[in-house]
Design a protein around this ligand. Structure first.
Ligand SMILES: NC(=O)c1ccc[n+]([C@@H]2O[C@H](COP(=O)([O-])OP(=O)(O)OC[C@H]3O[C@@H](n4cnc5c(N)ncnc54)[C@H](OP(=O)(O)O)[C@@H]3O)[C@@H](O)[C@H]2O)c1
Length: 385
């Protein structure tokens, strides 16, 4: 007997899908370019547990909902229906296929709010479930991807797939007047944001494949670009320095051994072909991989070629932690998909500001928040792929 059809009408399921979609959106900046998805396990028409895709590379919503149902104390024999805003995946990605977990859980009915937009995957998950004997209902219009995760539709569009490049998150800090460097007497002339925001950055680093910076930041700030406690990861992000003329010092902190509780990804330095071979060898001896990228753009590295390099190296989600020179070129080149802007409670400061760029930027799904004493703006950019 199909309990769902007896106990829940289409309207109630639609309302549940809409609610799951709204709640899933709270995680959008942590999962992009993956879609934000919500799922619920039902027993006799009642919601037993909900789950959401909460971080990039982490468990999908269906898996989280099944785990929460397990923890709820309601016996699995009573779970009859799984409601999910997007068709469950049927392929091995960063996680195993959700359809297998749904079948293994003994669920009999699956209600789906939207089909997978990728033509290669569309309908595959549903066919797998039906072949395993489950009943599948598609109720479209309540958890529309255009509203919940339009960035995902652009990311899976033919245009983007034809020109592959990583998803780029630009993160920077500014003073209250928009400067990217604090006054000399504040934060050793380097830190604008609070320890709370710096901790958030460590978590963000743990959820990307690579961190990109410019040699200007290496020379001025000497950053480590590592993941440190309380953030953790088994896959520390690669550290990539854009350094056309190999000015990176061989004794900089990027080459320091990680401290206890710290993990450090490999260092790659991207330069122009024909850069000084002595510097090249010295940086390799210090522990870096040095790679030449083809193009040149007003004497800097050409960012389109950098993006191609990153994609070909397998980096899909990338964090840009750079100074104003590289940041502006990335932003104005239309190569940033998502921003995180932290404004610290610091007056004045020096150096260039990106305030003019911000005034004109086409920000989408903007969210304002607080982190300690800092204000934080997260947003997607309307990028034309
Ligand atoms: N507030 C923040 O969030 C934040 C973050 C980081 C740094 N900073 C501050 O920024 C200052 C350093 O600024 P910066 O602008 O020199 O640092 P940057 O933007 O990190 O590095 C700039 C350098 O990157 C290299 N580069 C390679 N390809 C490039 C391209 N296509 N476009 C632009 N640059 C390219 C260039 O050197 P080559 O031509 O030699 O390759 C360029 O001089 C420091 O004061 C630091 O404290 C602030």
């Amino acid at each position: 007997m199909n309990m769902t059809l007896h106990t829940l009408n289409q309207e109630a399921l639609g309302a549940l899908l809409a609610q799951l979609g709204r709640e899933a959106m709270a995680h959008r900046f942590r999962v992009a370019p993956n879609p934000c998805v919500g799922a619920a396990v039902l027993a006799g028409g009642e919601v037993v547990a909900k789950g959401f895709h909460e971080r990039w590379g982490g468990p999908h919503a269906e898996i989280e909902a099944l785990a929460a149902a397990e923890a709820s104390g309601v016996p699995p024999q009573e779970w009859d229906t799984l409601v999910v805003t997007l068709e469950p995946c049927s392929t091995h990605g960063k996680t195993p296929p959700c359809v297998e977990a749904i079948v293994a859980a003994g669920i009999r009915t699956v209600v789906v709010g939207a089909l997978d937009p990728n033509p290669l995957h569309r309908g595959r998950g549903l066919r797998f479930l039906e072949a395993a004997g489950l009943t599948v209902h598609v109720i479209q219009g309540f958890s529309r991807l255009e509203e919940i995760c339009p960035y995902f539709l652009r990311w899976t569009s033919d245009e983007r797939v034809r020109r592959p490049r990583p998803w780029v998150i630009a993160k920077w800090a500014q003073t209250m007047t928009g400067q990217m460097s604090p006054p000399e007497e504040v934060g050793e002339g380097r830190w604008i944001s609070s320890p709370e925001s710096l901790e958030q950055v460590l978590h963000l680093r743990s959820q990307v494949d690579a961190i990109v910076t410019g040699v200007g930041t290496v020379l001025h700030d000497d950053p480590r670009l590592t993941v440190r406690l309380p953030a953790k990861t088994d896959h520390p992000p690669a550290r990539i320095v854009l350094d056309a003329w190999l000015r990176t010092p061989t004794d900089c902190n990027l080459f320091a051994p990680p401290a206890p509780g710290e993990v450090a990804g490999p260092v790659t330095i991207l330069c122009l072909p024909g850069s000084n071979p002595v510097r090249w060898r010295a940086l390799e001896a210090a522990g870096a991989q040095v790679e030449a990228v083809r193009g040149e753009d007003r004497m800097h590295l050409r960012l389109l070629d950098v993006q191609t390099y990153l994609w070909q190296a397998g980096h899909r989600r990338v964090l840009l932690e750079a100074g104003p020179t590289l940041l502006r070129n990335y932003l104005e080149g239309g190569m940033v998909d998502q921003i995180r802007l932290v404004t610290g409670p610091v007056r004045g400061g020096s150096g260039p500001s990106l305030a003019d760029w911000l005034r004109e930027a086409r920000l989408k799904q903007t969210e304002m928040g607080e982190c300690g004493p800092d204000s934080v703006l997260d947003a997607f950019l309307s990028v034309d792929f």
